[in-house]
Design a protein around this ligand. Structure first.
Ligand code: GLC
Length: 738
């Protein structure tokens, strides 16, 4: 225990025994402490204070005309929702008028791109391409930093099993193991090798923690779970983010087992800053400190400030709790100044690491901004990410690809011509006019005269416009129809009780199929959706998510066969809303689900199978994956188990397959899931070609948290499965022996 923590304990500060001071190495330690030693208490608290700018509102805005004066007085440490070399320079110049001239940190939600917009994160996760995911984060960072941004409030790494929650679009889906790898790739992409590099930004692991488990999928709702589930399912991406050097964490709106995350000492002091030895900055979510009053956890804003600072929340986003009430608490001895000092040191350290003390304006470079924003290389990256995110869910009667297609295409559906929807939610600075629609992509590829477009439905009301649609269909050789939800139906505060696509869209597909032409359906949205009727009347279905700036070109690349789709579902697609929460890595139970029903874990009125399972995605070719093989049956507990399988292209065109490896620990000291993703390999094969892929299973793959929350590997029999998705697998067994 450090001296500081001991003093805190002696002064009766309850979390003193969990207080671990930030560890700062030279050359920054003395610099940080030199600045800290000059600061008044008011100036220290100023560093913990973050206000929103007027670029965009991402929460309930408080009308405050004093922000600039407060910046000049050193009472503001950071601004969010600010961008642009000129605007950030202007605000930084105000900070340079303060007594100590401590530079501001500029934060922004660069969730899936800054000006060049990439696929929404859930869509990009379908690529199962960690290198691509790292590259788009790096591209977004390059563009954001060129526009004066130091800090992105991303990656969002909330595991979620409930598609009713609108924010599933921001994450990597339902699987903890994959979500952990995606989180690390995004943190590394944003931060690069050094925060001193002006083409990188601070990452922010959010929302800490378990926000994606909000009851009934209602945003901001209560989260209540065992610590075992918290550690097994929801915390691993965050712990990995620390290992990847994430510069910051954002705590979450929800309460967790009765304690709001923003004031949760267990999460922030015991785990994050204690056990995990995190030396970065923790920031509240928008107003979440003040919202602890609404939670009924504290009586007023000043008590909210006390709870949050003691629990380990360094910076106050927009609630004004710290800047209004913390000084009195410290002066009355009710909050040790050591807590304030620790938070300030963490924030000053980031400002030094970013090089802002050397040059507060180093990110405010209009020339670099002009050269970087929407440059060709970033647009090409967006197109690559877009086509790799598309998931082929159905392809009967060789409807796709439209390779060497010479006929007329009827493109039906207002979503196919809606630039604003292509961006998805959290589209930041993505300018609507710069989005490429499906209509534009198809016309560019096949010629305007060969694409016959009709809205099919009103974009706002969904009111059907069948005559025009059927007329277009009858004049064409194939029908491409766009259905789904609007871009603003997913994202923050966008939970839905029913995730079905509009019934008019389902009716449209059915009517179009009635023409006898082949129907290719484009399913657009930011979450798993229920579209059973549309699917039944479609010859082919492409899940296109919201792909951003190059959406239309990327989708055309797939439709034409210029790119053979390779996406895989990062979230289970329910067959019925009543199945939610539904996920592939469920527990067996004592009465496992059975088609025979009876006394088994199932429903009497609907099947338990999802519409499309986790990991599912087709190709224009076909692949065969053999059963896994192991060189021996028995492996020592400390050995790394090597599993091999062979995959071959049994179809007629080249393509990429994501070979997935799932594991089941048949007997554990706590019940284990029927399967868990523990590896994947992407292979690109020519027709007839085959290759062997190998997986190595170590402690990270074989272990789990036991009832005492210890991470253990236990001896016993394991079933290892390989396949193209989580359902169609072949298996083998091995033993782990002590
Ligand atoms: C929002 C979101 C959070 C975002 C923050 C700043 O309410 O919950 O993800 O980073 O406010 O915009």
């Amino acid at each position: 225990m450090t001296l500081c923590a001991l003093l805190l304990l002696l002064c009766g500060c309850s979390s003193g025994d969990r207080f671990r001071e930030v560890a700062i190495e030279e050359p920054y330690a003395h610099k940080v402490d030199s600045v800290l030693s000059l600061m008044t208490l008011e100036e220290k608290i100023g560093q913990l204070n973050q206000y929103t700018g007027n670029y965009q509102a991402t929460g309930p805005v408080i009308d405050d005309t004093t922000k600039i004066e407060q910046i000049k007085k050193g009472r503001v440490g950071s601004m969010l929702n600010i961008k642009g070399a000129h605007q950030t320079r202007e605000l930084q110049e105000y900070a340079m008028q303060s007594r100590l001239r401590i530079p501001l940190l500029f934060g922004l939600d660069v969730i899936h791109g800054m000006r060049t917009i990439y696929p929404i994160p859930l869509g990009e996760a379908a690529s199962f391409d960690l290198d691509l995911i790292r590259r788009t984060a790096a591209g977004a960072a390059r563009e954001a930093a060129a526009q004066g941004v130091h800090w992105t409030f991303a990656p969002m790494m909330d595991i979620s099993r409930d598609a009713r929650w609108g924010r599933v679009m921001e994450g990597a889906g339902e699987d903890t193991w994959y979500g952990t790898h995606v989180a690390q790739a995004r943190v590394e992409g944003f931060q690069g090798k050094s925060l001193a590099d002006v083409s990188t930004v601070m990452a922010c692991a959010k929302h800490f923690a378990a926000y994606g488990a909000c009851i009934a999928g209602k945003d901001y709702n209560t989260v209540d779970m065992s610590l075992l589930t918290l550690h097994e399912i929801y915390l691993p991406p965050f712990r990995a983010a620390v290992a990847s050097g994430a510069a910051s964490f954002m705590n979450s709106f929800n309460d967790l087992n009765g304690i709001p995350a923003t004031g949760n000492t267990y999460l922030q002091r015991q785990l994050l800053k204690g056990d995990w030895a995190f030396n970065g900055v923790t920031v509240s979510d928008w107003g979440s400190i003040g919202e602890m009053v609404a939670h009924g956890y504290v009586p007023d804003l000043q008590e909210a400030a006390r709870a949050a600072i003691l629990a380990g929340c360094d910076m106050d986003m927009e609630s004004r709790a710290y800047v209004s009430g913390l000084q009195e608490l410290v002066e009355k001895g009710e909050v040790p100044e050591a807590y304030v000092d620790d938070a300030v040191r963490r924030i000053l350290l980031k400002k030094f690491q970013l090089g802002l003390f050397d040059d507060p304006f180093r990110y405010c470079d209009p020339e670099r901004e002009a050269q970087t924003v929407l440059c060709d290389s970033l647009r090409m990256l967006a197109r690559e990410a877009g086509k790799k995110s598309v998931v082929l869910l159905k392809n009967d009667n060789a409807a796709l690809p439209l390779k060497d297609f010479k006929g007329k295409i009827a493109l039906i559906g207002a979503l196919a011509d809606s630039k604003v929807d292509m961006r998805g939610s959290w589209a930041n600075e993505g300018i609507v006019e710069e989005m490429v629609t499906v209509r534009e992509g198809l016309e560019a590829r096949y010629g305007k005269s060969n694409v016959i477009y009709a809205d099919g439905y009103d974009l706002e009301t969904n009111r059907l416009q069948l005559p025009q649609a059927l007329n277009a269909a009858r004049r064409a050789d194939i029908i491409v129809v766009a259905v789904g939800e609007r871009y603003f139906h997913s994202g923050e505060a966008k939970s839905k009780a029913d995730i079905s696509i509009p019934k008019e869209h389902q009716e449209l597909v059915s009517a179009l199929k009635g023409t006898g032409k082949k129907v290719v359906t484009l399913l657009m949205g930011g979450r798993p959706m229920i579209f059973d009727e549309a699917a039944a009347h479609s010859d082919a279905v492409l899940l296109t998510w919201w792909l951003g700036t190059e959406a239309g070109n990327a989708i055309t690349d797939v439709l034409s066969g210029d790119y053979n789709p390779s996406g895989k579902l990062p979230m289970t697609f329910p067959a019925h809303i009543g199945q939610i929460p539904i996920y592939y890595n469920y527990k067996s139970t004592g009465r496992p689900e059975s088609k025979q029903r009876g006394y088994t874990c199932c429903y009497q009125d609907i099947d338990f199978e999802p519409a499309y399972p986790f990991g599912y995605g087709l190709s224009y070719t076909t692949f065969e994956i053999d059963a896994p093989t192991l060189e021996k049956r028995e492996w020592g507990l400390d050995e790394e188990v090597v599993v091999k399988t062979t995959v071959r292209n049994t179809g007629s065109c080249a393509g990429k397959e994501t070979v997935q490896l799932y594991l089941r620990d048949l007997v554990g000291s706590v019940t284990r899931p029927v399967k868990e993703l523990r590896g994947f390999r992407q292979v690109f094969l020519q027709p007839g070609e085959e290759t062997e892929v190998s997986f190595t299973l170590g402690k990270d793959e074989l272990g789990f948290y036991n009832a005492d929350l210890e991470y253990v590997v236990e001896p016993g029999t394991f079933c290892v499965m390989c396949g193209p998705d989580s359902k169609n697998v072949k298996s083998a067994e091995f033993e782990l022996v002590p």
